[in-house]
Design a protein around this ligand. Structure first.
Ligand code: NI
Length: 136
């Protein structure tokens, strides 16, 4: 399987939902060839994103989207492998209410796990799908 990987968190108010929506559209545009691509969402907020909240989140965006979590050190290791930055941003009045700044790229990985391409925020689903389609 190819993998389309995005790091984010379900509490993200703006950027993540847009990007994950784009991911879903990309998979739809690719159609049957897109079945070779596994879309993955990896949380950078394992404290608040539980397995069940991630499952619900993923399901809302695309039936084939899988959302992954792990211990904090595992999430940190995965992020480091992709050179993804994340860190607590603004802290609001409640301790549970905070934003996390994070890298906002989608990564296309080959079936052997090798990096193929990165898609920055703001690309249209059709553009991303076209780029991915060249590998399939
Ligand atoms: Ni986000």
């Amino acid at each position: 399987q190819y993998m389309l990987v995005y790091f984010g968190y379900t509490w993200c108010p703006d950027v993540c939902p847009v990007e994950v929506l784009v991911m879903g559209h990309v998979i739809e545009i690719l159609g049957t060839v897109g079945e070779q691509v596994q879309p993955l969402f990896i949380t950078v907020d394992p404290t608040r994103d539980t397995v069940s909240s991630l499952a619900k989140y993923a399901e809302n965006f695309h039936p084939r989207l899988l959302a992954l979590t792990g211990r904090e050190d595992q999430v940190a290791a995965a992020a480091a492998a992709y050179r993804v930055y994340y860190g607590k941003g603004e802290v609001a009045d409640s301790r549970d209410d905070y934003l996390i700044d994070h890298t906002d790229y989608m990564y296309l990985m080959g079936p052997n796990g090798a990096f193929l391409e990165v898609f920055p925020h703001g690309m249209r689903p059709a553009e991303v799908a076209q780029s991915i389609g060249q590998y399939l």
